[in-house]
Design a protein around this ligand. Structure first.
Ligand code: SF4
Ligand code: SF4
Length: 135
C-alpha cells in the first residue's frame, strides 16, 4: 500500500506512466466512435467517463478518479478506427495514481482484506485464509 507521501522514485515512475498513457492517445482524432459500446458511458451518460473523455484527461496528463470508472471490457478498442489501446492507457494512469497515493480507498481496503482474511470482504470466518474467496 502506498504511504501518504510518495517517494521520489514513485513520483518519477508515476510521471513516466502518465507520459506513456498520454502518448497512447497521440493519434486519437476525438471521433467518439468508441463511446457507443462503453457500458460506463451507457449508464452514467457523461462524456467525461467515456473512452474519449478518458483520453482527453490522459492526453493532458491529469490524474482523475474517472480512470477507475472503467470495466476494462475493451469494447471501445473494438470500435476505434485507429486501434487506440484505451485500456493500456487507463491502466497506466491508474498505476500512476496509486504510486502517487491517489488510488481508491475502497480498492486499498479490499486488498488489505485479501491479505489479512483471504477474501475481499474482510470476513474472518473463512476456513482457510490462505485461499482466495469471493462471492
Ligand atoms: S474511437 Fe479511437 S480515435 Fe475515436 S475518439 Fe475513440 S479513441 Fe479516439
Ligand atoms: S474498456 Fe473502459 S472505456 Fe472502454 S468501453 Fe470498456 S468500460 Fe468503456
Amino acid at each position: 500500500m502506498p504511504s501518504d507521501k510518495p517517494s521520489k522514485a514513485d513520483r518519477i515512475a508515476a510521471a513516466n506512466l502518465m507520459e506513456e498513457a498520454s502518448e497512447v492517445f497521440d493519434n486519437c482524432i476525438s471521433c467518439g466512435m468508441c463511446k457507443s459500446l462503453c457500458p460506463v458511458f451507457k449508464i452514467l451518460k457523461e462524456e467525461r467517463v467515456s473512452p474519449r473523455g478518458k483520453g482527453i484527461v490522459l492526453s493532458d496528463k491529469v490524474m482523475d478518479k474517472i480512470l477507475f470508472e472503467c470495466t476494462m471490457c475493451k469494447a471501445c478498442e473494438e470500435k476505434c478506427p485507429l486501434n487506440i489501446k484505451v485500456c493500456e492507457a487507463v491502466m497506466k494512469g491508474r498505476e500512476a495514481m496509486v504510486l502517487k497515493g491517489r488510488g481508491l480507498k475502497s480498492n486499498e481496503e479490499m486488498i488489505e482484506n485479501v491479505r489479512k482474511c483471504g477474501n475481499p470482504f474482510g470476513d474472518k470466518d473463512v476456513k482457510d485464509p490462505e485461499k482466495l474467496y469471493c462471492c
